[in-house]
Design a protein around this ligand. Structure first.
Ligand SMILES: [Zn+2]
Length: 378
């Protein structure tokens, strides 16, 4: 059955009629567990998706990865010569194999619960059901390492994005109203390590230079890098140091989560970290890390895509809003290349990475219809 060339109300009705089929498909995806660090599990997930995509008429290729699961690319040709749309998503979840034992897939009060159902296996199902027939070329890329920073998938998704007219990211939407994500912060991590000088705390304290005391002073400085107005956040999240209470600590370190709303703030923040100097000249400071996911900025191209989504949703009889969020996704990489990117087109639900992770079943048909319409309109 074709979803293309249908008037919006027919499109929605045909997807609504397939709602149970979609829920069953999502259940199968969730029951096939796929944690980022379990290559074998993600490979088997990828293999089964590859078969499904092949049956839908795609040319499928697996990108082999050594340390994580293989990425899946599916190209759907079409008669039109337009540039393709890239549909981007990830197969990996933060849930270990066996999570299903404590959080089995279940339906309750119109919700479907289960590990990875919201982030983002429902989004994968939406892609597949939106693509029964296509008005233009579409490439699907499902990566295996999004939850662990996308190091192996980044070159592939960037290359595909550069050939595409637009990128739609099927990550979960924001909030229970299903807002699309038109801005995401850039995300990174810094480590600051202090080397001091150990000494006996009782016999010889003057010869000691405490790495812990030095680090404590540095952390105050780092916390002052926060800039709410510019959308810069730094969070010293983990500290380590010292060996015993009666020893002046020789070593201490802090790991800091860092986020920026604007690309131009990344080098500024980096310079601040790199110019930290010790208060106690006998201590040594080492700074490493950086922003590894650039921000997805709300550029005119992003806004234009969002307006099209708004119009498409209205035709289908509902409203979508936009939201800016602190967390990053692979959409950050494609947006930073200047490719129009719209994120949060996936499931409506809540509880990403949490035990009550769930999606709203009634939203599946219209979210899928919205995706299908957007592919036609852009
Ligand atoms: Zn995700």
């Amino acid at each position: 059955m074709s979803v293309a060339n249908k008037v919006p109300s027919q499109l929605l009705a045909s997807l609504h009629a397939r709602r149970r089929e979609m829920v069953e498909f999502i259940r199968q995806l969730v029951e096939r567990e796929s944690p980022s660090f379990n290559k074998r599990a993600v490979d088997s997930f990828a293999q089964s998706l590859a078969k499904t995509l092949q049956r839908s008429g795609a040319r499928v290729r697996l990108h082999p990865v050594k340390e994580f699961g293989n990425h899946v690319q599916a190209d759907f040709a079409a008669t039109s010569r337009q540039k393709p749309i890239l549909l981007l998503g990830h197969m990996d979840t933060v849930w270990d194999v066996g999570a299903l034992k404590t959080m089995p897939v279940r339906e309750k009060n119109g919700r479907l619960f289960g590990p990875g159902v919201y982030d983002m296996k429902t989004g994968i199902a939406q892609m597949i059901f939106a693509l029964d027939a296509l008005p233009r070329p579409v490439t699907i890329l499902l990566v295996s390492d999004e939850e662990v920073r996308s190091a192996t998938s980044r070159p592939i998704l960037e290359a595909l994005a550069k050939q595409s007219a637009a990128v739609f990211v099927l990550e979960p939407s924001a909030g229970l109203k299903g807002a699309l994500k038109t801005a995401r912060k850039g995300v990174g991590e810094y480590q600051v390590k202090v080397t001091g000088c150990a000494a006996h705390a009782g016999l010889d304290p003057r010869n000691g230079h405490s790495a812990i005391v030095e680090l404590a002073r540095q952390i105050e400085r780092i916390a002052a890098f926060n800039g709410a107005r510019r959308g810069i956040t730094v969070n010293p999240g983990i500290i380590r140091g010292g060996t015993r209470t009666n020893v002046v600590a020789a070593e201490a370190e802090v790991e800091v989560d860092a986020r920026v709303a604007r690309l131009l703030d990344a080098p500024l923040l980096d310079r601040k970290f790199r110019s930290l100097r010790p208060f106690d000249k006998a201590c040594l400071l080492q700074v490493s890390g950086g922003i590894n996911r650039p921000p997805l900025e709300r550029t005119p191209a992003v806004i234009a895509l969002f307006r099209k989504a708004q119009a498409a949703a209205r035709e289908l009889g509902f409203e979508v809003d936009e939201a800016s969020v602190g967390g990053g996704s692979d959409g950050n990489f494609t947006a930073a290349l200047g490719i129009p990117t719209l994120d949060g087109l996936g499931a409506v639900g809540e509880g990403a990475h949490a035990h009550d992770e769930s999606i709203v079943i009634a939203e599946i048909p219209r979210r899928t219809a919205l995706l299908a319409r957007l592919i036609e309109l852009v």
